[in-house]
Design a protein. Structure first.
Length: 187
């Protein structure tokens, strides 16, 4: 019987899951089998701790299942699963008060469509413009141009420690500026 469910589209399975108690477990199992590997890989790439990544992976599917018990309209199942996992990862970082590196911010948006990527890149670029020039300059040299801390120090005629401080302060300020946009990703 499970094989007959495998031929259904994601949206058909979502509707089966919502409308029929007798079919909901099988419909959920098919969706889980389709996307578990992708979601697990995403969690492991986001979170270095294997145990925490596995917890976030499991919580993603629990929340997905619970959300289907509401009137929430799911249009794209894999994108929705990644958004749940992303929000859980962000909560993990926030709760642990770990500062996200800008590379991690970029990786948060890897699964978005091109329009959303462009829009998010514009937001990040506008946020960069809000930084004091000395922090923006150091940040751009490090994260965009790929300079080493020594190269930044030489270019700006400051110490290596000063270069490191400027890059870190820019990163922290960027995360503060971007925080409202990250919260808006929650559904």
């Amino acid at each position: 019987m499970k094989n007959t469910f495998a031929k259904y589209s994601d949206l058909e399975l979502v509707e089966l899951l919502r409308s029929s108690k007798s079919n909901s477990e099988r419909a959920f199992t098919v969706l889980y089998e389709r996307y578990a590997a992708h979601v697990r890989a995403y969690c492991k790439n986001m979170i270095k701790s294997t145990d925490v990544a596995e917890d976030i992976f499991q919580e993603t599917f629990i929340r997905f299942y619970k959300s289907l018990q509401t009137d929430f309209k799911v249009i794209n199942v894999p994108a929705y699963l990644i958004k749940i996992a992303r929000n859980l990862a962000l909560n993990y970082f926030r709760d642990r008060k770990q500062a996200l590196q800008i590379e991690e911010v970029h990786s948060l948006f890897d699964s978005e469509n091109d329009y959303e990527k462009k829009e998010l890149l514009e937001i990040v670029m506008k946020a960069l413009d809000l930084l004091d020039f000395k922090y923006k300059e150091a940040f751009v040299l490090r994260k965009i141009d790929g300079f080493s801390l020594q190269e930044i120090a030489d270019t700006l005629e400051i110490s290596v420690e000063g270069a490191k401080t400027r890059v870190n302060r820019a990163r922290i300020k960027l995360m503060e500026i971007l925080q409202p946009y990250l919260k808006d990703l929650s559904y």
